[in-house]
Design a protein around this ligand. Structure first.
Ligand code: HSE
Length: 434
């Protein structure tokens, strides 16, 4: 049988993990693919001591791989969106199938890339782009194909979850944990992508398109990162019975689709609230199946390589047996339709608010009045005692009922303008995910 030949571009964390995992399990992988998969060429600007490439042909020019007539499948693992986009489009133009782990590329240029691939009759597979080793693309596109998806919510950035977990469990410093995440190969080349929610927004937009049959609309995602979360918020949330997780949420509403990424208080009894460390988890609500929950490592060399190789197997099977591949976004392209995205001001959620209030009679009454003026009632409250007789301000942390974001913005502006409130009010959105 003629082998299916792959060319790997990029030998970083995921590239080296892919070479190692593929070499280690090749016999079983081939038995699953019902063909023989062969690494035909590797394109890498530099070697990576994490993997042994002696058995392979390595070229310093990654474009040599996409222009190699022997290569059937180009595996793009260089990351970024400029060279990677040229590389992928060149591979498609050369009639090659593409497997990529590049969420930024798919989120920002997926519409163009999928159209080019459809024109050429080749496949672009991207399981590793979302939630590392969890086969969430396959689940949404194939396993849940019978369902109308109502909403999904996920912890889809491993670095961010690792940082929040270490802050909660060990009281560690944000910057220190981030450094460790970088050393472990979890973080993006630019770690602000992780901590400011950009990486999660890339992934969310992909999940939302698969769920709601719409073209990718990365520029419409509301995005807030974890860099503003203070350890004290993690502690107060815990006292109130909640965990703070960085969530991507996509939900069908009457006015359109909500697409938002932000830190979120979740009741601690929810399974997803207990997903810690670098683990990711995605909760999907389908109208037939009800809630389904997916869990696994969201970053790291071999977990991500696991998803890359799953795509290689799928595409190799189709190459070897002439089978059709699944449409890139799970629906025939003519069925995809742009949908209105609900602006964040129109989103309705509950809120956690923390403020530093003057410790004197009447202040709580002022706060309550302002909140009730916008339709927000207080569902729970913590007020800390002063620690000394000289301390005149105390922390107040409270939970509200569900109210529109525009209304809570109005209330926060009024609360911050009170003489009795020092500084700004911290606000974290809350979801029950029930
Ligand atoms: N930086 C990403 C994360 C890598 O931490 O989740 C996996 O996409």
């Amino acid at each position: 049988m003629k082998p299916v030949k792959i060319g790997i571009c990029g030998l970083g964390t995921v590239g080296s993990g892919t070479v190692n995992l593929l070499s280690r399990n090749l016999e079983e992988i081939n038995a699953r693919a019902a063909t023989s998969i062969e690494i035909c060429q590797i394109g890498a600007r530099r070697d990576n001591p994490a993997c042994d490439t002696n058995a392979y042909s390595v070229d310093r020019d990654i474009f040599a791989v996409v222009n190699n007539p022997d290569v059937d499948i180009v595996v793009e693992l260089i990351g970024g969106t400029s060279v990677a986009k040229d590389l992928v489009l060149q591979a498609i133009a050369n009639g090659k199938h593409v497997v990529t782990a590049n969420k930024a590329l798919i989120a920002e240029f997926g519409n163009e890339i999928f159209a080019a691939a459809a024109n050429k009759g080749v496949t672009v597979a991207y399981e590793a782009a979302v939630a590392g080793g969890i086969p969430i693309i396959k689940a949404l596109r194939e396993g849940l194909a019978a369902n109308r998806i109502e909403w999904l919510a996920g912890i889809i950035n491993g670095t961010g979850n690792f940082i929040l977990t270490e802050m909660k469990d060990k009281g560690r410093d944000f910057a220190d944990v981030l450094k460790e995440a970088q050393a472990l190969g979890y973080a993006e080349a630019d770690p602000t992508f992780d901590v400011e929610g950009i990486d999660a927004a890339h992934k969310l937009v992909i999940l939302a398109s698969l769920a709601f049959a719409m073209p990718l609309q990365y520029d419409k995602v509301f995005c807030e990162g974890i860099s503003t979360i203070a350890p004290i918020d993690v502690q107060y949330a815990d006292e109130l019975g909640y965990r703070i997780k960085h969530l991507g949420i996509a939900q069908r509403r009457e006015q359109g689709i909500e697409l938002r990424v932000h830190p979120t208080l979740i009741p601690h009894k929810r399974l997803i609230a207990n997903v810690d460390g670098v683990m990711n988890s995605v909760l999907v609500q389908g109208d037939g199946v009800g809630p389904t929950l997916y869990y696994g490592a969201g970053a790291g060399a071999e977990p991500t390589a696991s998803a890359v190789i799953a795509d290689i197997v799928d595409v190799a099977r189709a190459v070897a047996n002439g089978g059709a591949s699944v449409p890139a976004l799970g629906f025939v392209p003519s069925y995809l339709q742009d949908q209105a995205i609900v602006p964040i001001e129109a989103v309705e959620t509950a809120y956690y608010l923390r403020m530093s209030a003057l410790d004197k009679p009447g202040v709580m009454n002022q706060i309550t009045q302002i909140l009730s003026g916008v339709g927000a009632s207080i569902e729970a409250l913590i007020q800390k005692e002063p620690q000394s007789i000289t301390q005149d301000h105390v922390d107040v942390a409270l939970l509200t009922n569900r109210v529109q974001e525009a209304q809570i913005n109005k209330a926060l502006a009024q609360i911050e303008a009170l003489d009795s409130i020092a500084g700004s009010v911290s606000r974290i959105r809350m979801e029950s995910l029930g």
